[in-house]
Design a protein. Structure first.
Length: 201
């Protein structure tokens, strides 16, 4: 087997898949080829790491700015609600949602670890909308794309409509929704949780 024509990714894939006990000669040749091209391997690994960090930073910036814009959106909704018949509790909830999004977005933009935790909490809080018959909960930021189970399965979407609803009573119906946008950002945050060179104290 001639490994000299293999690319670095192909060499690494071959190394992860080869049975060194069944093919000891091939395994040895593979290790030798990787050793000969050690500098190329290290450069490839560095390039892949740089690509990962560029991608992660871009996505974190998107999430940070989305939360900051959502903060402004909640302030607007809160201000508009003052002209309607709303309770102080509703205004307080909208204000709390605005502060949470603004603080989470700002600290995430600064790559503070507290920004990570606040953003994760914020996105997890948006993951599920619940309707249990006696209580209804729904929270979404700037937009959502949700799979909803209620009298069947449906796909619902919204854009530029921040909202936070918490209702209780009777005959509210039953259903559950999963926000795919929040799920994506939760996955993104969890994937870079332990990247020490991303986060500042």
């Amino acid at each position: 087997m001639d490994y000299s024509s293999y690319s670095i990714p192909e060499l690494q894939e071959s190394l992860s898949n080869i049975d060194k006990h069944a093919y000891p000669d091939r395994y040895k040749k593979l290790l030798n080829e990787l050793e000969v091209r050690k500098e190329d391997v290290e450069q490839y690994q560095q390039d892949e790491e740089d690509k990962f960090h560029i991608t992660v930073h871009s996505r974190l910036n998107i999430l940070a700015w989305l939360q900051i814009i959502t903060c402004i959106g909640f302030l607007y909704v809160g201000a508009a609600s003052l002209f309607e018949q709303v309770t102080l509790l509703n205004v307080a909830i909208l204000l709390a949602a605005s502060i949470l999004n603004g603080l989470a977005g700002y600290l995430l933009l600064k790559r503070k670890k507290s920004g990570f935790h606040l953003s994760l909490f914020n996105q997890v809080a948006q993951l599920l909308s619940l309707n249990l018959g006696f209580i209804y909960y729904s929270y979404s930021g700037l937009g959502y794309l949700a799979v909803v189970l209620q009298d069947g399965i449906s796909l619902k979407a919204s854009l530029f409509d921040p909202s936070l609803h918490l209702l209780w009573g009777s005959h509210l119906g039953f259903g559950v929704g999963l926000d795919l946008v929040s799920l994506f950002f939760v996955g993104l945050l969890c994937s870079c949780k332990n990247e020490q060179d991303i986060w500042k104290k």
